[in-house]
Design a protein around this ligand. Sequence first.
Ligand code: F3S
Length: 407
Amino acid sequence: MRLTAEEQKMLDGDYGKAVQKCMKVLVALGDINGAERMIEVNNVHSPGVSYRVTGDAGLGYVRDVSEEVGFKVPATLNSIGIDLQDWKEIGFPEDFSHKQLELSACYEKMGAIATNTCTPYLTGSLPVFGEHIAWGESSAIVFANSVLGARTNREGGPTALAAAVTGRVPAYGLHLDENRRGEHLIEVEIELKTDKDFAVLGYFTGKLVGGHIPVFAGIEKRPRLESLKALGAALASSGAVALYHIVGHTPEAPVKSAVIDDGVKPVIFGRKEYDEVCEKFSLTGPIDFVVLGCPHVSIIEMGEIAEQLKGKKIKSGLWVCAARQVRSLADTMGYSRIILDAGAEIICDTCPVLCCTLTDRGYKTVATNSGKMAHYAPGLWNLQPVLLNTDECVRAAIDGKWEGRHE
Ligand code: F3S
């Protein structure tokens, strides 16, 4: 790999051992992937910041780096393992929480911006079209690449940390024009009305394409941000999709020929395919737990949930997961009061997948509008999931059961 004089100095240890270690990580990554050079980045989103993910080994590594060096470029943090303000009330264990607090403090010492969310783009970190960035967290990566038209590979904890310390990433994969064209064409033959409908499409497509790039055609109405958020999260869960295009809607796909070759045979997504995904995530009967906000809710979603909960009391557990900044705006708007008065919990900084434990709550079933949550709930917490629209989730929480049918 060709390095600039500055990059070579970092690799040679002129800026200390921690910078050298980080540069070595990036050079090795570049060599494995055939990169010829480094690219400068000015925006990092660090995953692997939950102690549940890092364990003691990861904490030790981050502690060592933080004792020697700070971040060169702005870096936001992904969801962590606890709610920083309410972890005691929620019941997160003391020992885990203290480890998490230490891990978060190490990142903040290096200069990280403590967004603690999988939706940094809802909290002011908004890369522009064509910008090279180094983001981790699968749902955020796919949003940045597809909806914003920024450019990032799927960074892990160590590589994002290295990018924040050096301001560099190796030039390969989705940073390069030639790797951003679609590989599978999905012809959408039904109207997608709700965020959950987009999650269903994402789940179906992720299973089909794995880590490749899908192009969606046939979606006429411009999807809202929340639907695109749901689509990407599901694509990155059942598959490992880091970039998708929607013809006529996402920025790199004004027309089909801009993103996919003529000869690619389409796969149909129609009523049958939609129903098959819904069937996989269906149940009737008692609902113990409801999760909204995977990825973390926008202020628009928070308002919708508040509207549906106004004057009601819930029978099952209900977590509304949000970035703290969105929570703060929801407080101002009066949404939080309504949600809390109904008996729900607003969980910040973390989520059911990355938090330390849910096992002591005795939950057996979960209703969610998230394809990602539905995908992970059985394996992680032994919860049987049902995938519903947001208003159906709220209704299930109020009734403590779900007896409806998918439409
Ligand atoms: Fe975000 Fe946690 Fe879901 S990090 S995307 S709420 S699994």
